[in-house]
Design a binder for this molecule. Structure first.
Ligand SMILES: C[S@@+](CC[C@H](N)C(=O)[O-])C[C@H]1O[C@@H](n2cnc3c(N)ncnc32)[C@H](O)[C@@H]1O
Length: 257
């Protein structure tokens, strides 16, 4: 009997000592963009139960700091690398909270609202969490820093993407394989935070869904993430303009939706 891929991630997380399989979403994004290096400071918003925090702490290899923030209590073993704050992200006062003083290299947000079943409401709440995370990121990130934020696909997606384009030199849309096919979540990845506000038009952008990889036809030898089947790459009716991004993978994904 074949095992569903999502069960595979759950089993693997338990086996490898992570409290949630969401760790493999961050791992895929990190493998693609090489976000973490020893010595970095990383802020993890919506961190409970702690998989992303543990993954980042491992990637820091004993040097640096992860500040993990969540509404819920995080039951992580004490560590010199990990600082935990139980608080609402909307209550964060950048520069006031002692753990949040000083600049960060990477800000992560896997925050998700409690879902109501009403897609419009859930998407709007996800958008608010995403925009709040981006606001915090803009307050604490170093120039050149990176941001990864989860957002549910919906009518507000373009506004979120535009805000990212204004803040980062490059903006990518990621749908890692560990993200359920039927889920409307995607991750916006901002690379190289700008010191000044950028025009929304001057950012190269690329989409990947690393369901399958194949060699880029445009840049032979470079491995890129491409959706071949992409059945749940995006919801039908989502507000994304499929043809406005890199041809690498994005178009193929759109055909299948
Ligand atoms: C999908 S879970 C995060 C999983 C985590 N990345 C991991 O790998 O273990 C989403 C988290 O967002 C948190 N969250 C939602 N709204 C929040 C808010 N306003 N402030 C802080 N955390 C919030 C929830 O409490 C929940 O723990």
């Amino acid at each position: 009997m074949s095992r569903r891929p999502q069960d595979h991630y759950g089993h693997r997380a338990r086996r490898e000592g992570y409290p949630a399989r969401s760790v493999y979403k961050l791992q895929a994004i990190d493998e693609r963009y090489r976000l973490f290096h020893p010595g970095m400071r990383v802020l993890d918003l919506g961190a409970a139960p702690g998989s992303w925090t543990l993954y980042v702490a491992e990637r820091l290899r004993g040097r640096g700091q992860v500040v993990a923030v969540d509404l819920q209590r995080l039951a992580l073993a004490p560590s010199s690398l990990i600082q935990v704050l139980q608080m609402d992200v909307f209550a964060i006062e950048v520069g006031v909270e002692p753990f949040l003083r000083g600049a960060f290299d990477v800000v992560l947000s896997d925050m998700a609202p409690s879902t109501t079943g009403n897609r419009t409401v859930d998407q709007a709440r996800s958008f608010n969490l995403f925009m709040r995370a981006l606001e915090v990121a803009q307050g604490v990130l170093k120039e050149g820093g990176a941001f990864v934020g989860k957002i549910f696909q919906g009518p507000d997606f373009e506004e979120a993407r535009a805000a990212m384009r204004a803040a980062f030199a490059e903006v990518r849309v990621a749908k890692p394989p560990a993200s359920r096919k039927e889920s409307i979540e995607v991750f916006l990845v901002g690379l190289r935070k700008q010191g000044r506000e950028k025009s929304p038009d001057d950012s190269p952008e690329e989409h990947f869904e690393d369901k399958e990889t194949q060699r880029s036809k445009e840049k032979p030898g470079e491995e890129v993430f491409v959706s071949v089947r992409g059945s749940a790459c995006f919801e039908k009716g989502a507000q994304i303009a499929f043809d406005d991004a890199s041809p690498r993978g994005f178009g193929e994904c759109a055909k299948e939706v």
